[in-house]
Design a protein. Structure first.
Lengths: 89, 390
């Protein structure tokens, strides 16, 4: 099980948890696992089969768009963070 | 017991002395460290350009900070060449290998018509007010003068703008611009600490100006009682700001701030907050990514509730806004490593920071290699969720 950090703006769709365990070897696997359990999440992070342009995913501090996108491998101890845009000031 | 004159004569035989012409040659050719050992009042009235000030009385304790490399040449001077002779002997005893004293001192230097730096120093009240800055080598008198001469524009006098404005004002940033169209509301006071109960109903920019001026009369506050728009942004930026602190509460303003800052080459210290989480980064045009490199399009409105809709822990903007002030001060002073290309994510509940790497997008429509957005757009429409993809 790997841990995925859920941003506060997505916690309504995921039962309020700050971090969720997920199964898989790649970012795509982990997100598919989460979206399978929390179907409302899909519309919020995926667009046309790819990451929505307003969602950033970081694996070990690196934007997956600069790695292998959704196919980026996630090591067992890696931190995966969904980073949302927030406007509040 | 030897007299002062005998002692001086003896010391002179033990050190190297150079006249003003030779000193100037050395300074212009070899890049020595020039150390002025006179008193503060003498230093204030003029000095050799590029000199560092280490008063004779503090020489032993402070020279290492000014001259960490004992093999580098030092030219030391005072007013007439006597105090500097003793200083040169002391420096030799401390292990400095190549020390010369300027015979005839600053008086002779001036008599030769050589260049003199006359930049005004800090007066006594400012020396006292900013004494804790003056003690830090990375700030010091030159840094404090830089701060007093710097201009920071705050977008928003709300949760983030409040602590940022207070700390920047306390630090002596000479001019603070504040852009905000709102009036102080009771619900603001849980976190917006630049305002107070008696200011309810007052325009936020006026309230902020009163608080800042009471805190530090050195700070000139320029109040813009308006919302930043495509129509007024050029007028506001014409006041030549060094740094922008973005504490806006909506996406249209954030994209507008981004585009304007890229076109004007002004670094933006970005902060944003929601509930228990905050983000801080620095968007420095063309050196690091811009806001559009990070978020090419805003999220649909239902995915991006504001603090007015979702709430925010009162102290969170205190943490994030203070970090923004920290970054703004570093940028104004030119010290440290600003958060360029790095984003700090703070979670108040777990009290954890995460750092993420941000990279420039070569295809960025604003700061990329072939920009497609070169003028202001309708930012409200762009963020409404009904737009065409950029």
């Amino acid at each position: 099980m790997k841990q995925v950090r859920i941003p506060p703006t997505l916690r309504e769709q995921t039962g309020g948890e700050r971090e969720l365990p997920a199964e898989g070897d790649t970012v795509r696997d982990l997100l598919e696992d989460l979206m399978g359990r929390f179907p409302a999440l899909r519309a919020q992070i995926v667009e046309d089969g790819d990451l929505a342009p307003f969602v950033n995913v970081y694996v070990e501090g690196e934007d997956v768009r600069t790695l292998d996108g959704l196919e980026t491998e996630v090591r067992p101890d890696a931190t995966v963070i969904l980073l949302p845009a927030m406007a509040g000031g | 017991m030897p007299s002062y004159r005998e002692l001086l004569q003896h010391v002179r035989t033990e050190i190297d002395e150079v006249d003003a012409t030779r000193a100037r040659e050395l300074i212009e050719s070899g890049d020595p460290i020039v150390v002025d050992v006179r008193e503060q009042a003498e230093w204030d009235e003029g000095r050799i350009p590029g000199a560092v000030h280490v008063p004779r009385g503090h020489l032993e304790s402070r020279i290492e900070r000014a001259a960490p490399d004992p093999t580098r040449r030092i030219v030391v001077y005072c007013s007439a060449g006597n105090r500097s002779a003793f200083a040169a002997k002391t420096l030799g005893e401390l292990g400095y290998e190549d020390v010369s004293s300027l015979a005839g001192g600053f008086t002779d230097w001036k008599r030769n018509g050589f260049p003199v730096e006359l930049q005004a120093g800090l007066d006594a009240p400012r020396r006292s007010r900013y004494s804790r800055h003056l003690l830090i080598p990375e700030v010091g008198e030159q840094g404090q003068l830089k701060l007093l001469d710097s201009k920071v524009l705050l977008i928003g006098a709300g949760g983030l703008g409040s602590p940022a404005a207070l700390y920047l004002a306390a630090a002596g940033v000479g001019r603070l611009g504040v852009v905000d169209a709102d009036v102080v509301d009771e619900s603001n006071l849980q976190r917006q600490i630049v305002h107070s109960t008696e200011r309810i109903g007052e325009p936020k920019v006026d309230s902020a100006k009163r608080t800042i001026e009471a805190l530090n009369p050195d700070v000139q506050v320029v109040a813009y009682k308006e919302r930043l728009t495509s129509e007024n942004v050029e007028r506001i930026l014409a006041d030549s700001w060094d740094v922008i602190v973005d504490g806006a509460d909506n996406f249209p303003t954030r994209y507008l701030v981004n585009d304007a800052s890229v076109w004007h080459g002004i670094p933006v210290v970005h902060g944003s907050i929601y509930r228990f989480e905050g983000q801080v980064t620095v968007f420095k045009p063309h050196e690091g990514p811009c806001y559009r490199c990070l978020f090419p399009t805003p999220p649909p409105p239902e995915l991006a509730p504001s603090c007015a809709e979702g709430g925010v822990l009162g102290v969170l903007p205190g943490v994030i806004g203070s970090l923004q002030a920290n970054e703004a001060l570093k940028l104004a002073l030119g010290i440290g490593e600003p958060l360029v290309g790095r984003l700090l994510l703070f979670d108040a509940l777990s009290a954890e920071f995460d750092e993420m790497k941000l990279r420039r997008d070569p295809d960025c429509p604003v700061c990329g290699e072939h920009p497609t957005i070169t003028d202001y757009v309708d930012y409200v429409e762009f963020c409404s969720g009904t737009r065409e993809p950029a």
